[in-house]
Ligand binder design. Sequence first.
Ligand code: PLP
Length: 449
Amino acid sequence: ALPDREADARVRADDRGHVFHSWSAQALIDPLPIASGEGSTFRDYAGNAYLDFSSQLVNLNLGHQHPDLVEAIQRQAGRLATIQPSMANDVRGELARRIAEVAPSDLDKVFFTNGGADANEYAVRMARQVTGRRKVLSMYRSYHGGTSTAISLTGDPRRWPNEPSDGSVAHFLGPYPYRSSFHAETPEQETERALAHLEQVITLEGPQTIAAIILETIVGTNGVLVPPPGYLQGVRELADRYGIVYIADEVMVGFGRVGEWFAVNHFGVTPDLITFAKGVNSGYAPLGGVVISQRIASHFDTVPFPGGLTYSGHPLACAPGVATFEVFERDGILERVRDLGERVVAPRLAEIAEHHPSVGEVRGLGLFWAIELVRDPATREPLVPFNASGADAAPMAKVVAACKEGGVWPFVHFNRLHVAPPLVITEDELRRGLDVIDRALDRADALVA
Ligand code: PLP
């Protein structure tokens, strides 16, 4: 595409003049104006193309401008653009049924929200209503959203400036074999000790005060932490033993990211509530929700549910959700993700880890991977400190700059690069992007002691 300097300047001026951005010191940012997107690629007005290795915010599972999703929205807009939530609607009902069909066991009903944070808000509210208890346990190293309960649940630095927050949240440590909090030397030890720790937190907080335990099935932004074998089963057992509702936050990992409709299916675990958003319609319109088990749903058979949203199950958001199911089934997306993950990403990242001293660990599943960078492979000192920003984060900024120069837009968090491309990425694009990352890591190697 030809550069369009005039459009670039206009978009920049409006943005800098009037748009207030998420999570940012407004005067210190310089958002890149984007002109267009197609499949796994998006373009700026200067004519640069980027392979989207972060699927925007890990939501663009079917890529930019997927024709089926675009058409579903156009068709729906021409037919019935909106309808209020107390009326029944065909696409809302069909999407709920299709989600129930792929959710585990008796998770059969769906409450639709506008995104992931409010899905977690409402899941917690359901748990509190059903148990008559108030407290919620969530993990350190987690992200659950930006609204008041969701940010309180969050176990990363984004919570800090929002405190004092919901005082009835307590945090616990989850498994992280590479940096074990439990001095574990094997995944089995990590599972056993992380569960013993969780049980101790439950005991010390008072089981009769705890409504819910919420955790990301695979921790996303905070590290692509795949739980070691048996951990999620153990959480399920503890929740059962103490009458606590188990909420699985699958906002980032649901809808194919790890080669399953829901990541819990990979682990054979059934939570009481699953929250989702992002991949349900690739973010083409705001949509999230809670999938609800029979036991919890039936509590509200005669007791009214005290919550609601004007846009719950908005037709323009549900229509591309239904189309997502059609595309996944027709194009074998889940199989494709498993195949590309196992055959392309896993071996290529293992090779990268082998020849870059700055790579401490690579880990992941499906099309969801982390490359964790260290200053010293022996001590595992992170390449940049926890919560690094500004000058402290410069080493990561160098790696990111090299990725972008090579035409790859990576996902970065503290000392990690994540590989989370659209699930429709071609094998060639995937290999090309991994080659760019491979070369970019030379800049991190230069800093290894
Ligand atoms: N939960 C997880 C695991 C997420 O990754 C996110 C967003 O990144 C959220 C919740 C919040 O979703 P939203 O930004 O749609 O409110």
